[in-house]
Write a new protein. Structure first.
Length: 409
């Protein structure tokens, strides 16, 4: 079996406190294993958010620092991340105009903390000080006099100083003497690059979703139909519903439930963020086609065996996520808000909920004796199951053909 290269990358650089204990991480955009930044800051912020939601949210209980452009603040895209553990790092080129200050004020009320990156004590930057919880002091770009001016500004306030780009023991000691209480730089650790195989997206579906999301009021039925045909967005949506941001641990039985749970506003932002992370991804049409076939097969088989059609669709769609992501199914299942029976079925444990998927897999293997045995247990005829199989394959082909036609138009 060919091992596919990772398509999603994210770097994390640790931040330490004055006792050199881990305080948190700064999230950094990466396009590959090369441990350096390249690309547009605007796109980078969105892709970092998308990658963090997909790869790290469940495994990183600590504080994260996110570089924020003007658009990320003003559009409130950053509210996809949990306020209790997120520090919004305002970049040095973000002008504190009326819209930016209003956004910062609202985000502060929601519980977000702020850091000022590469801050310089210029009059034009002063309005941002009212929001600052941290000021990052660049030890490579500032002189002792520059730093003294910054320290004078924050004296007597609750603002914490974070020395960044400290690369030697001497710089660490100097940063301590000057009053910095947090430290970040190559002396401690270079950024750690995380890589994972991403779910190949259907670009056309994202474009159609963006068009649908621009309408007011939203046509939720049309949006739901687009989401359930896109494994990439389906996975992200379920991850977001199960994230610390919403604090929900309810059992999600359908995409409709998930959309209702997170609400219209958050779903609009989710698609916008996700879009930035999928524009140059490689496609795996065979896996995506098979996932759609399984989803439709399980959905059509649900009514006669008194199962939930929407949940069965979800079960079939997610049955190949481990192959698409090249991650253990246990890891995938642990991150999703599914019923225990559905999780067990995805892990290959025998139960009635998983029997449609089990039957579909036996069809794929050509194990006709097993198909016959399952058919009898379910009380279905061979002709009915065969027709469902044919209909599922036809439907998946139509979905993919339609997407290609729209894409090439």
């Amino acid at each position: 079996m060919q091992v596919l290269a990772p398509t999603r990358f994210l770097a994390k650089q640790p931040i330490f406190d004055s006792d050199l204990q881990l305080f948190g991480y700064e999230l950094l955009f990466r396009e590959g294993f090369e441990n350096c930044f390249s690309g547009s800051p605007e796109s980078a912020t969105k892709q970092v958010m998308d990658s963090y939601l997909l790869l790290c949210m469940d495994s990183d209980p600590g504080t994260i620092f996110l570089n924020c452009t003007r658009d990320a603040l003003v559009s409130r895209l950053v509210t996809l991340l949990p306020p209790a553990t997120t520090v919004l790092e305002i970049l040095e080129d973000v002008e504190p105009d009326e819209a930016v200050l209003a956004a910062c004020s609202e985000l502060r009320r929601k519980g977000y903390r702020f850091a000022l990156d590469d801050f310089s004590p210029l009059p034009s930057r002063m309005p941002l000080l009212q929001f600052a919880d941290f000021i990052k002091v660049d030890f490579q770009l500032s002189s002792a006099a520059d730093r003294a001016a910054i320290y004078a500004l924050v004296h007597g306030t609750n603002i914490k100083l974070l020395a960044e780009k400290v690369e030697t023991q001497e710089e660490v000691e100097e940063a301590r003497r000057e009053g910095n209480t947090y430290f970040q730089g190559y002396f401690f650790s270079r950024p750690q690059v995380i890589a994972q195989r991403d779910i190949p997206p259907n670009h056309t579906t994202y474009m159609r979703l963006l068009a649908a999301l621009s309408q007011t009021p939203l046509d939720m039925k049309s949006i739901e139909q687009l989401v359930v045909a896109e494994a990439s967005l389906c996975y992200r949506l379920l991850r977001l519903v199960n994230s610390a941001l919403f604090g929900l641990r309810r059992e999600v039985q359908s995409i409709h439930n998930a959309l209702i749970m997170i609400g219209e506003q958050e779903f609009r932002k989710l698609v916008t963020v996700a879009l930035a992370g999928v524009l140059a991804e490689n496609q795996q049409p065979t896996l995506i086609s098979l996932a759609l076939e399984r989803a439709r097969f399980c959905e059509l088989l649900a009514p006669p065996i008194e199962q939930n059609s929407a949940e069965q669709y979800l079960l079939g769609l997610l049955s190949l996520v481990d192959a698409i992501l090249e991650s253990p199914m246990q890891q995938v299942v642990d991150s999703l808000p599914l019923r225990p029976e559905v999780k067990a079925a995805l892990l290959g444990e025998p139960n009635f909920v998983g029997m449609p998927l089990h039957l579909r897999r036996r069809y794929e293997e050509g194990n006709w004796q097993a198909c016959s045995d399952l058919q009898q247990v379910l009380g279905l005829t061979e002709s009915f199951i065969t027709q469902v199989y044919v209909d599922a394959v036809s439907w998946a082909n139509q979905v993919l053909c339609s997407a290609r036609e729209v894409h090439s138009a």
